[in-house]
Design a protein around this ligand. Structure first.
Ligand SMILES: [Zn+2]
Length: 323
């Protein structure tokens, strides 16, 4: 049975899966992303996560036909290198991640962009199956986007789908990218947290940071936000309404250009907040949608937190090589 591996490399977590030929997930493992050291430490943690997943599936990593990696930052799939991934420690220049992993695991490794592979997974195996065109919206620490047109991913010259940086307010809030008024400056979890801290300094009250500490976290994770919303925390609701408004304007602007059949909402916040927030985002899109008589379908990601790792495993297409 030719199984293959997939690894989703994130700033917080490394998610690994082992998948069989019919795309069933056989096992998974989740490890923390190292917060210190450098690329070799990250590669080691990735290899450990996949080795644990393989062990749980009862296979050795060198019997996998290959492993795919979805990563943020600048990926060069042909060279197998990763440069400047955001939120990863001590990363300078291009690191040969594919060859290092391949050596450690005893099987070929290939690299792809995290959002692109997650969109590919939803298009082929998840909520996007019925459609030949779609927009994937990955709502987490930032807001990433994946575009499928006529059944094919559209990557532009390598940087398409950066929907987080669609401008929703001229001269607006400062974005992590250094520009102003981007959708992500309002809807990205990192910027939402920065805004929450600013509001608290100005005297607003919230349980957000109490919940964070109780859970032993040092940042406002998606589940911290979900819990605060469940508790009816007014500041959490206010910041979330602002985020949804921004998503509405930004996603509508993309739809006005692309006119795709479906929007699939995933990412850490998207998956955690679920169907209820898919409907809120749909509602926030409508006032800005030019062709509002026939809006696209709005769906929640079907593959959830494993979508990135499953999509990464789809990078493995070659049959087993004789080494
Ligand atoms: Zn930006």
């Amino acid at each position: 049975m030719p199984a293959r591996g997939g690894i989703d490399l994130g700033g917080t977590k490394i998610q690994a899966v082992v998948i069989d030929a019919s795309n069933e997930v056989l096992s998974e493992a989740r490890h923390d992303t190292p917060t210190s050291g450098g690329p070799p430490d990250v590669a080691e943690a990735m290899a450990n996560a996949l080795t644990e997943a393989a062990g749980a599936a009862g296979v050795e990593t060198d019997s996998l036909i290959g492993v795919g990696v979805g990563s943020p930052g600048a990926v060069d799939p042909a060279a197998g290198t990763l440069s400047n991934p955001p939120n990863l420690p001590g990363w300078e220049g291009a690191y040969p991640l594919a060859s290092v992993l391949s050596e450690k695991l005893g099987t070929p490794a290939s690299l792809g962009n995290d959002v692109t592979v997650a969109t590919d997974a939803e298009a082929k195996l998840g909520a996007g199956r019925p459609y030949s065109s779609l927009l994937g919206v990955f709502w987490g620490s930032g807001v990433g986007g994946g575009i499928v047109l006529d059944g094919k991913e559209w990557n532009g010259r390598g940087a398409a789908g950066e929907i987080g940086h669609v401008v929703v307010e001229l001269g607006g809030a400062r974005c992590g990218c250094g520009r102003k008024g981007c959708m992500e400056a309002y809807a990205g979890r990192t910027r939402m947290e920065a805004y929450a801290r600013k509001r608290v300094e100005k005297g607003d009250e919230t349980q957000l940071f109490e919940i964070m500490e109780k859970r032993g976290r040092d940042r406002l994770t998606s589940s911290v936000w979900a819990r605060a919303l469940d508790h009816g925390d007014p500041l959490a609701h206010k910041i979330m309404r602002r985020a949804v408004e921004a998503l509405g304007a930004g996603v509508a602007s993309c739809l006005n250009v692309l006119d795709v059949e479906a929007v699939i909402i995933g990412g850490g916040l998207g998956v955690r907040l679920g169907e209820d927030y898919v409907r809120k985002i749909e509602k926030a899109v409508m006032p800005h949608l030019f062709m509002d008589s026939r809006p696209p379908d709005f769906l929640l990601s079907e593959l959830g937190d494993l979508g990135g790792a499953i999509g990464a495993s789809l990078l493995v297409t070659e049959p087993a090589r004789v080494r």
